[in-house]
Design a binder for this molecule. Structure first.
Ligand code: IMP
Ligand code: MG
Length: 177
């Protein structure tokens, strides 16, 4: 598995430090608001687990599973495979995502949840890969910017593999070319 990784882009320590910083911001911004934190499955799972433990105010968890993605190319077509379970009308909602790449999934998720009239709807993405953008908007909280490389680990996969790596690494091109 490690032999498929060309380079470690973000170490466990770097990710941890950035999540602690985001946690301070989110704690301050959501104190007393009882937010619902919606994780976009499946890539977000590892980030979600670490992130919520740094938000030191009461919050509820929910998850949404959307899909479009086969291999390394986003088709831009999305479907809801599993919807959130909570009624978010009038609630403060924060979307957690693993990576903001073309923007199609975040755009889809945002519209989907916005139609249910939350009191507020914000986005927090761990990684931001600005170079392949198709839908441009500004996420409210961004963890770390990454270059235009296919990255895996810390929840992110290539064909369902590599999610369990504790760091974010660049996958060798020969694996997916
Ligand atoms: P979008 O292109 O912004 O819609 O990103 C859609 C989804 O593609 C993300 O939530 C990730 O799950 C996945 N994705 C995008 N870029 C990468 C990558 O470099 N590695 C692994 N998954 C990725
Ligand atoms: Mg994702």
């Amino acid at each position: 598995m490690e032999k498929d990784i060309q380079e470690i882009l973000l170490t466990e320590e770097q990710i941890k430090t950035r999540i602690a910083e985001l946690g301070k911001e989110l704690t301050a911004d959501y104190a007393g608001k009882d937010p619902i934190i919606v994780g976009v499955l499946k890539g977000v799972v590892v980030f979600y687990a670490d992130m919520i433990r740094e938000i030191k105010t009461h919050c509820e968890m929910d998850f949404m599973w959307i899909s479009s993605y086969a291999g390394t190319n986003s088709t831009g077509k999305m479907e809801v495979k599993r919807d959130i379970a909570s009624d978010i009308k009038g609630r403060h909602v924060l979307i957690l995502e693993d990576i903001y790449d073309t923007g199609n999934s975040l755009d889809f998720t945002y519209r989907h949840l916005m139609s249910r009239e939350p009191a507020s709807l914000k986005i927090c993405t761990l990684l931001d890969k600005p170079e392949r953008r198709q839908v441009e908007f500004t996420p409210d909280y961004v963890g770390i910017e990454v270059p235009d490389e296919f990255v895996v680990g810390y929840g992110l996969d290539y064909n369902e593999k590599y999610r369990e790596l504790p760091y974010v690494g660049v996958l060798k091109e020969e694996i997916y070319k």
